[in-house]
Design a protein around this ligand. Structure first.
Ligand code: GLN
Length: 534
């Protein structure tokens, strides 16, 4: 069967790459999947990618960021696992809900279908109903690509992941084993006391995978430091996977080097055989990026990130990546200093060249964030406000104008000066995730404003994830406090951008521009901040 892809090329058959994990999760399965995609892209293949998460949540919207890291938002408003952010950064494609398949979502759709009487009185079972539903999600997400990469979250053998493993095994059987590549990512620990790499957990993990009927084509071995050859030999002997395709992947200076490492490894030979595409990958973009990452620049700025999740870098991963990308683009060392929003003061703000207040929900640390915005207004410190970062700047400005109890009703539901509030029509529904404004929205910027000059255009699309809005009833007070509204929704009802007049750089948006920054294509708002901090 010949299918035509949306990008116009013809291919004989849809190809699938399944990336699973063993031993431990969180050792770079997502980065591996994304990097394999980058190499295929660099060979001219049209790649799509999907994360299947076996846990029983419907989306990542309500997951605790301290535990799970940032909630990534797609252009169509899906609230997803942060791996989708890795995928977008590596592949420079905009993903959608189709690319994030959680067990809870698939299951609830299946149950709804059963309730609607669509399953003709059948006993609904994990196999085949749930496994078929998973396969359908995979086939749908693959549509239009040459190669579709599917990462299965967690590790093989987890109770909740079993149906996913069975689903990809069956899919392999249906579409033909030659159209599937199974890559298992395992962790091999180094035991300091005996000074040896231990392959036993990896052997067991591969045995688990085989017991579910999947014989992998390649094994990516994650190690702290480069492993001697006997590690691959041993794993090969005990798993039956050819030694060439047991690929050691030690920690490296930057994750952006992984595409190059894969391209130089036997995995590339495997990918070429699999796709029938011998083209040498064009990795110029990645080479330039890794060079920039490793360069020591003469110029340096310190950016203070006013944050409340201090334990987990993953919570602000897109913001951190966007700041670093701006530095790489401009040839500036960006030193990111974490400022604890719960116990910070002017000294912390004074010690940095620029301030960033990222998104957030809930009251914890809010006064520290307002203080940061206030400090930036008063001392003309470069400031970038992202979502909540805009809201706290509006509160700071309103307080500066004399409305000392100005607040968001998120933090003070009874304040008379609710400069940030829930708009009419949305009130009362705030306990569900459903009232969030999510995904791409258009904003129109004021001609000649800092925002318009920063972007170089006045029509902007950015992704959103918030519930509260600026209350334009207080426009005059906000202006008196030093901020002007420089961008709104096309109908003027929603405030999208504010900025300080007569300030080197004070720009805030209700959106999350960090989601659209790429390591090799920094976002204008972050570039603007670093430039002014210089
Ligand atoms: N908590 C704020 C709101 O819901 C801001 C959300 C955010 O920063 N993403 O509007």
């Amino acid at each position: 069967m010949e299918t035509t892809n949306t990008h116009g090329s013809k291919q004989a058959k849809q190809k699938y790459i399944f990336v699973t994990g063993g031993v431990l999760s969180g050792v770079g399965k997502g980065i591996t999947a994304a990097s394999i995609g980058s190499v295929l892209q660099a060979k001219g293949e049209y790649v799509s990618i999907q994360k299947c998460d076996p846990y029983l949540n419907v989306d990542a919207g309500l997951l605790n960021p301290a535990e799970h890291g940032e909630c990534f938002v797609t252009k169509d408003g899906a609230e997803t696992d942060l791996d989708l952010g890795h995928y977008e950064r590596f592949l420079d494609i905009e993903l959608t809900q189709k690319n994030a398949s959680l067990a809870g979502r698939i299951m609830s759709e299946l149950i709804a279908s059963e309730r609607a009487g669509n399953l003709s009185g059948k006993t609904v079972q994990l196999v085949p109903h749930f496994t078929n539903a998973i396969q359908q999600k995979i086939v749908e997400a693959a549509e239009g690509s040459d190669v579709h990469i599917v990462e299965i979250g967690g590790t093989v053998g987890d109770y909740e992941g079993l149906a996913f493993i069975e689903a990809i095994r069956e899919l392999g059987q249906k579409v033909g084993r030659e159209n599937c590549l199974f890559i298992h990512v395992v962790y091999v620990p180094f035991i300091g006391t005996s000074k040896e790499f231990k392959t036993k957990p990896a052997q067991n993990a591969l045995q688990d995978l085989r017991s579910f009927g999947i014989f992998p084509d390649a094994v990516v071995v994650r190690t702290e430091t480069p492993a001697p050859e006997n590690v691959a030999r041993k794993i090969s002997l005990l798993s039956g996977v050819p030694q060439d395709y047991i690929v050691d992947m030690p920690n490296v200076d930057t994750v952006y080097r992984i595409p190059e490492i894969i391209a130089k490894s036997p995995l590339h030979t495997l990918l070429s055989k699999f796709t029938g595409n011998d083209t040498e990958p064009e990795l110029g973009k990645w080479n330039r990026l890794t060079e920039a990452v490793n360069a020591s620049f003469d110029k340096k700025v310190t950016v203070g990130l006013v944050a409340k999740y201090m334990e987990n870098e993953d919570t602000y991963i897109c913001v951190l990546e966007a700041l670093k990308a701006a530095g790489w683009t401009l040839g500036v060392d960006v030193d990111i200093k974490w400022i604890n929003a719960e116990k910070c003061g002017d000294d912390d703000f004074a010690a940095v060249d620029a301030l960033v207040v990222p998104g957030g929900f809930g009251e914890r640390g809010i006064e520290g964030k307002i203080a940061a915005a206030n400090y930036a207004l008063e001392h003309k410190k470069p400031y970038l406000g992202l979502c909540l970062g805009l809201q706290v700047s509006v509160i700071a400005a309103a307080r500066r104008s004399g409305l000392t109890d100005a607040n968001s009703t998120e933090f003070n539901p009874t304040t008379k000066h609710d400069v940030v509030y829930i708009m009419e029509g949305q009130a009362g529904k705030e306990s569900t995730g459903g009232t969030l404004r999510l995904g791409d929205y258009l904003a129109v910027l004021t001609e000649g404003s800092v925002a318009a000059n920063t972007y170089g255009t006045t029509d902007i699309i950015e992704r959103h994830r918030h519930r509260y809005e600026v209350n334009q009833r207080f426009k005059d007070d906000i202006e008196k406090g030093g901020l002007v509204i420089s961008g709104t929704s096309p109908d003027g009802k929603l405030v999208e951008y504010v900025e300080a007049a007569d300030h080197p750089y004070f720009l805030a948006t209700q959106a999350h521009p960090e989601f659209r920054s790429r390591p090799y294509k920094a976002h204008p708002m972050f570039l603007g901040l670093i430039k002014s901090a210089l």
